[in-house]
Ligand binder design. Structure first.
Ligand SMILES: [Zn+2]
Length: 334
């Protein structure tokens, strides 16, 4: 089976969601509205599309979609006319979009047995009460043969009027090794980088890819190497540290995330000095620097460095000038 095929077998992790939805499907007790709730980047939207494919598969096998029938192929290509995804505009779902959806739902599905509507990230996209209220009637009494799937981050707030009308299906972080092997197989990363990303993203494939795409992991590696290479109090260190501060400050909104990743490296160095086995470290991509770092910083210095990074992040949150914060921080870390 092709790894991109929209099948339950291809869905990573999420045993609980699979069990709850599988049971409802088998007993024909599907709810009209679901809220898939869990961390970002663990496959909630993909699960919704997979459920739509499975409910409409023309030749399901062993309780899973076949991935090859005309219906499955359309869902996989994201071109099925009865999978309606409401795309947020500038981060929000507008009241007009809900009205347009309701108009579309007055007609029978084009070809599907069960039409699906996907409303993504409602903890962000549907925070206005007016918009949520306009959706309530549809949530309560959706047309026959239509299932609504809403998604939301576990930490975000979902309006109670929406929450009370949906059956909540919980989603969880993915196993780190499965995230890592996917990054190796599908994205062509090397295993150390993939493992580091999976751990740093705490089991979110989406967040791991974001960290990678923004180049934050690579920049962290470059900062760590420069810190190891530049001795404190040396004139030769000034140029590289100033250049590094400039580059980091240019990250703007991503700078706090970059510093958080740097803090995880220092935390790893502390664990390493305290004798933690390598398997427990979050930064296998920086294993080559362990020796140099050990020679460089004592345990009290590493603890102090963690505090310095935390203080720098607080200064950034207070809108202190990013370049200055980075310069002071990087020299202090030496
Ligand atoms: Zn099929």
């Amino acid at each position: 089976m092709h790894p991109d095929a929209l099948t339950i077998g291809n869905l990573m992790g999420q045993a609980k969601a699979k069990k709850l939805l599988g049971r409802a499907l088998a007993n024909q007790t599907m709810a009209h509205a679901y809220l898939f709730r869990g961390p970002t980047g663990v496959g909630k939207k993909r699960a919704a599309r997979t459920l739509a494919a499975l409910c409409n598969c023309l030749a399901p096998e062993h309780g899973d979609a076949c991935a090859v029938c005309a219906s499955c192929v359309k869902f996989a290509a994201n071109s099925h006319p009865d999978l309606l995804e409401v795309e947020p505009v500038k981060g929000v779902i507008k009241i007009d979009q809900v009205r347009d959806l309701q108009k579309a739902l007055r007609f029978a599905p084009h070809e599907a047995k069960v039409r699906f509507v996907l409303l993504p990230d409602v903890h962000l996209t549907m925070q206005r009460k007016e918009t949520a209220n306009s959706l309530l009637k549809t949530l309560e009494e959706p047309p026959a043969d239509t299932i609504l799937v809403l998604t939301a981050d576990e930490s975000g707030k979902v309006l109670p009027t929406i929450l009370s009308r949906c059956q909540v299906i919980p989603f969880f972080p993915l196993p780190y090794d499965e995230v890592a092997s996917t990054l190796v197989a599908a994205d062509g990363m090397d295993l150390d980088e993939a493992t580091a990303l999976a751990r740093l993203a705490e089991g979110s494939l989406g967040r791991a890819r974001l960290l990678h795409d923004k180049g934050l992991l690579a920049e962290r590696a470059s900062i760590a190497a420069t810190l190891c290479r530049c001795p404190a109090g040396s004139l030769a260190s000034i140029g590289p540290i100033l250049a590094m501060a400039d580059q980091a400050a240019a990250r703007k909104d991503d700078l706090p995330e970059l510093l958080a990743l740097l803090a995880i490296w220092f935390r790893d160095l502390i664990l390493h000095q305290m004798g933690a086995p390598g398997a427990h470290l979050a930064s296998p991509d920086l294993a080559a620097l362990l020796h140099a770092a050990d020679a460089r910083w004592s345990l009290p210095r590493l603890l102090r460095n963690l505090e310095l990074i935390a203080a720098a992040r607080r200064q950034l949150a207070r809108n202190c000038r990013a370049t200055l914060v980075c310069e002071v921080l990087f020299f202090a870390l030496l």
